[in-house]
Design a protein around this ligand. Sequence first.
Ligand code: IPM
Ligand code: MG
Length: 363
Amino acid sequence: MKKRICLLAGDGIGPEILTQGVAAIAAAAREYGHELTFEHALIGGTAVDNCSNPLPPETVEKCRMADAVYLAAVGGPKWDAFPPELRPEKGLLGIRKALGLFANLRPAVLWPELAGACLLRGQTADKGIDLLVVRELTGDVYFGQPRGEERRDGRRTAFNTMIYDEDEIRRIAVTAFDAARLRRKKVCSVDKSNVLETSRLWREIVTDVHAGYNDVKLTHMYVDNAAMQLVRDPSQFDVLVTGNLFGDILSDEAAAITGSLGMLASASLGSSGPGLFEPIHGSAPDLAGTGAANPLATILSGAMLLRIGLNMPEAADCLEAAVRKTLAAGLRTRDIMEPGNTLVGCAEMGQAVVENIKKANKN
Ligand code: IPM
Ligand code: MG
């Protein structure tokens, strides 16, 4: 197969980690006779600097023409004081909306090789963490209208609208149940239906969709309880499905408890067209240019790109196996370094993964 990938390197450590990701997916695809071609496009602060727009129209066009989009990270202190329409984050939200990427899949896994990094107590960590946050990505208070700031009774007043329609809830519920069928067949739907109308509709529609999935177990949880249960016993969760705002918060929490934010990948998918694949972490401006960033979350997002975005499961398996082999050999970037391991930089880590990909089929 021959496929086109649109690369969005973005800001901070973005370009460094994406270079390693590209080398890894190209090597893995090649092992299975596939050819990937790459084209760069601007997004985020870099795009603001170059063309005063965090998401130039030609970037959207290039993404639409591609078979998959591979993004690193956007943002940095340089653009923090810019007006809302010139903030790097606007580029990320804009590309999600433009490509209709309503489903954000964020797996949080405690890698056995990195179990020592887990932030939870030993007896909790021993039970393992292997869960998938399915976050709705193009609705909710992130995009709801009206929004804005105005004067009310002489006071500055700001407002946003939390809003979901039944079709938006139905399609993300379908994504979650389908994903659960390929896992441990459990879905926990997270809402705040004791307070919010949007959550009440959410719960009703998710329950309705579940009628078509009798083989999957469905539970419901309020978001405050879910935040607490995630640190108390994350092993109880398989698939968590929730709205955009709750999903933003819970997916960071789920990622952080594994202790390895630098390891976690994500996929954002629509009902058709290219998916977007990116690490969960941000652009780490303080690390940019030091060569110390961990490229593994980007490389593992590349595995999701190969598996889900391009339907190249063998290449994806090969890439993931190469990452495990690299970790098993003791190579660690600074963020996951533990005594007894070998400290490496971003490029060395990437090269080691590529070497292990090339060796995979020769044994
Ligand atoms: C994420 C990020 C984004 C979000 C920001 C950068 C706009 O936190 O992908 O989780 O809130 O969705
Ligand atoms: Mg977030």
